[in-house]
Design a protein around this ligand. Structure first.
Ligand SMILES: NC(=O)c1ccc[n+]([C@@H]2O[C@H](COP(=O)([O-])OP(=O)(O)OC[C@H]3O[C@@H](n4cnc5c(N)ncnc54)[C@H](OP(=O)(O)O)[C@@H]3O)[C@@H](O)[C@H]2O)c1
Length: 262
């Protein structure tokens, strides 16, 4: 394998990665790491993401809950680069936090629109793209340990991340014949605005806050670069990427322990 193909580079040049929710946090970190590895980028969020220095990037203002806007963005990236090799549905919100019985229904709808419909819209746009071109394509949906662990105060978040897992698996089965490889990835704990919001939540609203305060004291946060490195190695690089076991629709993994910010 040549260096050109090592990172999923095809005959057309460097691979193209889309990252939603790339204006800050893990998404901005992934964009920066992918750019450092020579990938071309499509980046979106409700606030226009900043293109990493020296990167060849399409940036756009997109609310992932708006299916038509997601489709326009996908078209814009394909118009610019010719194809998309990796699509990371990273955009997500934590709120509303607190007992479900006290939640504002409008806040619940906003949550579902971003964390479930947003992932569905991005997944569908990428699946149609992969159907229409030669070769495989890697779909990475960002999940969380909360998909499988019930945290009091996080009913919406736990439910939406569990939904992300199932959407990923079903679409992985539906689109396997067209070359779509589906991954759900729990990024571990990364220090972002979402983590700051978690730490700032009172214990009577989020009883597990102590765990996140301790992680902060210990500096036990994974770096976004490490998350990006694991995604490229396990989901994109044809020489090393993991594949679903026969009959299963997805590969799920939590980013392993690695470099921390502490
Ligand atoms: N941080 C962690 O430890 C951790 C752990 C497990 C899983 N995760 C997951 O990792 C992902 C990123 O989290 P983070 O910690 O980086 O959060 P963050 O710092 O709050 O960043 C969230 C990103 O999503 C974007 N976003 C939110 N709603 C959007 C919408 N409707 N349309 C488009 N973009 C939207 C935000 O940009 P705008 O506000 O500009 O739209 C921002 O770029 C999320 O899916 C989260 O659930 C994080």
């Amino acid at each position: 394998m040549t260096d050109d193909t090592k990172r999923g580079k095809g005959a057309d040049g460097a691979p193209v990665a889309v990252v939603t929710g790339a204006s800050r946090g893990i998404g901005a970190g992934l964009a920066s790491y992918f750019a450092s590895q020579g990938l071309r980028l499509g980046l979106c969020a409700r606030t226009e993401p900043t293109s990493p220095a020296g990167a060849d990037a399409v940036t756009a203002v997109v609310d992932v809950g708006d299916a038509a806007a997601v489709d326009r963005f996908a078209d814009e990236v394909v118009d610019r680069f010719g194809r998309i090799d990796l699509w990371v549905n990273n955009a997500g919100v934590l709120e509303p936090v607190g007992p479900l019985a006290d939640a504002d229904p409008a806040a619940l709808e906003r949550h579902v629109a971003t964390n479930i419909l947003g992932v569905m819209h991005g997944t569908a746009a990428f699946a149609r793209h992969v159907r229409g071109r030669a070769g495989e394509g890697s779909l990475v949906n960002i999940s969380s340990g909360a998909a499988a662990t019930p945290y009091r105060g996080w009913a919406a978040y736990c439910a939406s991340k569990a939904a992300v897992e199932m959407v990923t698996e079903v679409v992985g089965l539906e689109e396997a014949a067209s070359g779509l490889l589906a991954y759900s990835v729990s990024p571990g704990v990364v220090d972002t605005d979402m983590q700051a919001l978690t730490r700032a939540t009172p214990a009577d609203v989020f009883p597990d806050v102590g765990r996140f305060l301790r992680l902060h004291e210990e500096g036990a946060f994974l770096t976004p670069d490490w998350v990006g490195e694991c995604i490229l190695e396990r989901c994109l690089d044809p020489a090393t990427r993991w594949r679903p076991v026969a009959g299963q629709g997805l590969v799920h993994f939590r980013v392993p322990d690695g470099p921390t910010t502490g």
